[in-house]
Write a protein that binds this ligand. Sequence first.
Ligand code: NAD
Length: 438
Amino acid sequence: MKIAVVGTGYVGLVTGTCFAETGVNVTCIDVDAEKVRQLKNGSVPIYEPGLDVMIRRNVEKSRLNFTTDINEGITGSDAVFIAVGTPPGENGSADLQNVKKVAAEIGRSIREYIVVVTKSTVPVGTSDALRNVIQQELDNRKMSVAFDMASNPEFLKEGSAVEDFLKPERIVIGTNTDRAAEIMKKLYMPFLLNNHPILFMDIASAEITKYAANAMLATRISFINEIANLCDLLGADVNQVRKGIGSDSRIGSKFIYPGAGYGGSCFPKDVKALIKTAHDHGYELNVTKAVERANEFQKTVLFGKIKKHFSNNLKNKKFGIWGLSFKPQTDDIREASAIILIEALLNEGATVKAYDPAAMDETKKLFGDRIIYVTDPYEALNGSDAMVLMTEWPEFRLPDFEKLSGIMKGKVIFDGRNIYDPAELKKAGFVYYGIGRR
Ligand code: NAD
């Protein structure tokens, strides 16, 4: 089989590479000529464990190609996957400019039947809108070419994207023709040998499934964050509470880890877009709105603790930050809590030395020389008044606290992800602040 994937970001690059791994001939297309040049030369522009090796293997076997030319990519393809960004627009709705541009290009290029698959996260009705864009271009060309639309939302997680794509818990396909369903089924069968389901549904249901999944996960996070804040006020330990509720099989233990707020390229924008879609249809998603509000607040909680500890005076205080990406195993800093915290510290006249195993380059693009970047985590804390842990990378889990004690000026640790043991730190002579922990 042959497919094209438009957009070589976290989703498109992983999608194209994983399909190539099953023997499909894949062409990945991107408008970013520099990105395409890098990929052609074997260098991978994003950090995603396992991806580089797989890309190289499939490029060597000539099953994976990169181009900026959509026409070249889709000629002879059974399906074209749209995996370009859908960032939040000004009013919170998903910005569909990129997907529409791609649809128009598809309409200008197709000559034979193809399934047009929306993998980008898009609001209900987008597939219909894209169908019209493509048909309009065909009409302009005075051509009659059959094509079908399909919605195939992506559930991979940055940091384990390759693994998630190869072993999905489920595949969701929205389509309204058997022809498209057959092609999608054939493409995905190699990933479903573990008997996990492929769920066929109508296009609108598939589109909303993605938003509902992210809103549900965000809800669990905001809920436990609120309970953690309450634990702080009442002198309870949210870790105990988390275990207490998580062992109930109706609740489960996943996604109830409190912290400094959720970030990333998906939850914040998808929660906003879902609220906007409902609002546009005359309905208010009160729970989801509260989830968003609670998360905005949560991103300020650690900063509040920092200010309080330093009696509201952060001028010339030195902070060593461990972790910048919105979660471990990725270089993605979009909407990361660390970024908001650093901005707040700088605004108060503090200085920041930061270290992250993967996200330094992305952070430099954002902060330039407003902060100091170091390549060793201990160097970030040398002479600092406090350490702030913002991303729970494995390498931060068991630091040498004796060494820290020797190099830090102030012995204070703000743990934004609750990874350290307060009792152990107290014994080592540190003042410890977590989220909802005694
Ligand atoms: P990204 O920003 O990493 O990548 C998007 C890519 O699309 C970029 O390389 C950009 O150059 C390219 N692009 C933009 N316009 C284009 C055009 N007209 N033609 C060709 N290429 C174009 O985005 P991402 O994180 O991969 O997300 C893509 C979509 O998938 C979004 O809708 C997102 O919500 C959804 N999604 C993301 C994740 C995730 O974890 N990142 C998970 C599930 C779903």
